[in-house]
Design a protein around this ligand. Structure first.
Ligand code: HEM
Length: 483
């Protein structure tokens, strides 16, 4: 180990205990703010140790760009996370696959459905579900937070499984529950076995592996949740009621040689990756608008000149070029208060590398301090929800200027679909509704929104802008909401 420390040089280390390192320091909740505090103290890059695992936390847009983006050929693997991947996902979650052929072939499939040439497939569903969202908000504004989740989930369910999501859909609650338990296992220091992966490989110790019982139980539940939509789809195919969709084509195609369980995880990954991320970005949009309403006046000027000052029609995708404030708000809602990837998603270096005097060994884990960077001096008045910061040349490039969609070759494969989900929802929400703080219970955003989607994350008042806007929603959105 002395030879190793002579050969390599890592950024400042956060002091920890011998052998286990920083493992007891990671909080169970509020991991994003915890990494922010460390970043404020230790600087642009710092090192955390969890047993045998070394994590370098990147704490500025600059170093993320230099390493994860410019050197993405060697910074795009995933670390071995025995708990999250080997145990809970049995190696099947594409999000956590190491850089290699298995990941590449699944990424190609995802790209085939989510890539820029396929985004038109999503549009009718984004149109319909955003109309349903407006109508549901009119009908039951007190359930506003769960309506955002239904909207996000129903779009991806329609494309992948050819069915819409109802309000109080039990399959959606099940997805939320497994995701809420799974996401923290991707954060630094989440599980003892990630620090000592060798423990997971000692068969005679299996009975003593206290983490395994929890992991196995979550795996069983996840498998069930991911398998259920496929079983239901097969029943609809037998009954002759199934519409063509990604999964009908995928199951009928002979081109792939995936096991039944792999197919369930491909469908499940699309649904889990595509639901909660969009939901929490919209939670950011609504909180940000209620707290910092200045931007909305300029957005409405654009919307009113395109759709009429008196609720003549709803905004559509064809209006995009005339609505730069909405395009900017899409990016700001992904930047402002990241929840699902508050500590980034870990990347892994596959060969030794040198950077600005540091020498990193292959196998070092790199994550970007997503919450911390979003709230750092990399952004002017970072605390404020201020879409104006994204107006300019890169307005059409939704991944540029922030790190909400990650970086390099692992960049979110669904970013185009996500941006369109957000664009149509934000344009229509802002055109039709006033969004205000509750004066008695003001919104606080000092920690990420809860991943438990059944919790009302804050109090807010959402009401139609005028009688004309209410009538527009009743006229144009009712049929989308009744199904
Ligand atoms: C606002 C919404 C979204 C946000 C903020 C978001 C964010 C992210 C982030 C941060 C990553 C990890 C990137 C990295 O490791 O560098 C990721 C990966 C991924 N996202 Fe998204 N995402 C969103 C929506 C979607 C949607 C709608 C889909 C598909 C339906 C999707 C599918 C995926 C997949 C499959 C990956 C794994 C990519 C890989 O490991 O190669 N995401 N996303």
């Amino acid at each position: 180990s002395r030879a190793r420390s002579r050969r390599y040089k890592l950024p400042p280390s956060v002091p920890g205990l011998p052998l286990i390192g920083n493992i007891l320091q990671a909080p169970h909740d509020g991991q994003g703010p915890y990494l922010k505090r460390l970043g404020d103290k230790y600087g642009e890059m710092f090192t955390l140790r969890y047993g045998r695992a070394t994590w370098v936390v990147l704490n500025s847009k600059r170093v993320v760009h230099e390493l994860l983006e410019k050197r993405s050929a060697i910074y795009s693997s995933r670390p071995k996370l025995p708990m999250a991947q080997a145990i809970i996902s049995r190696g099947h979650r594409m999000l956590l696959m190491e850089y290699g052929e298995a990941w590449r072939s699944q990424r190609r499939i995802m790209h085939g459905i989510l890539g820029s040439n396929k985004r038109d497939i999503f549009r009718p569903f984004q149109e319909t579900e955003s109309k349903a969202l407006l109508f549901h908000l009119l009908e039951s504004p007190e359930t506003w937070y769960s309506l955002l989740g239904r909207f996000s989930n129903s779009i991806i369910m329609s494309v992948v499984f050819g069915r819409r999501t109802t309000r109080n859909d039990s399959s959606l609650s099940e997805i939320y529950k497994v995701q809420e338990e799974f996401v923290p296992y991707m954060m630094p220091g989440a599980s003892f076995v990630d620090a000592f992966p060798i423990l997971a490989n000692i068969p005679f110790l299996k009975g003593l592996q206290f983490w395994r019982r929890k992991g196995d139980a979550l795996y069983e539940r996840t498998k069930g949740v991911f398998q259920r939509p496929i079983d239901e789809l097969r029943l609809r195919i037998q009954g002759g009621t199934q519409k063509p969709c990604f999964m009908t084509e995928f199951l009928a195609s002979n081109a792939h040689s995936f096991s039944a369980e792999e197919v369930a995880f491909i469908g499940g990954t699309l649904i889990e990756a595509g639901t909660d991320t969009t939901r929490t970005s919209l939670l950011g949009l609504i909180a940000g608008t209620a707290m910092y309403p200045q931007w909305i006046h300029r957005a409405r000027k654009e919307l009113d000149s395109v759709c009429g000052p008196n609720a003549e029609r709803l905004p559509t995708f064809d209006d995009r070029q005339d609505l730069p404030m909405i395009q900017a708000a899409v990016k700001e809602s992904v930047r402002w208060r990241p929840a699902n990837s508050q500590t980034g998603i870990p990347h892994c270096l596959i060969v030794d590398d040198e950077f600005e005097g540091y020498r990193f060994p292959a196998g070092t884990v790199f994550t970007w301090n997503n919450w911390g960077i979003s709230l750092s001096s990399d952004f002017d008045e970072a605390e404020r929800f201020n879409p104006d910061r994204f107006l300019g040349d890169d307005i059409d490039k939704v991944t540029k200027g922030h790190l909400g969609f990650g970086a390099g070759r692992r960049l979110c494969v669904g970013f185009g679909v996500a941006a369109n989900n957000l664009f149509i929802a934000i344009a229509r929400l802002v055109y039709c509704f006033d969004i205000e703080q509750d004066r008695v219970i003001p919104i606080t955003v000092d920690k990420p929104f809860p991943l438990d989607a059944d919790i009302e994350p804050y109090k807010v008042i959402i009401k139609p802008r005028s009688l004309a806007h209410r009538e527009l929603i009743e006229r144009e959105c009712r049929s989308a909401a009744l199904f």
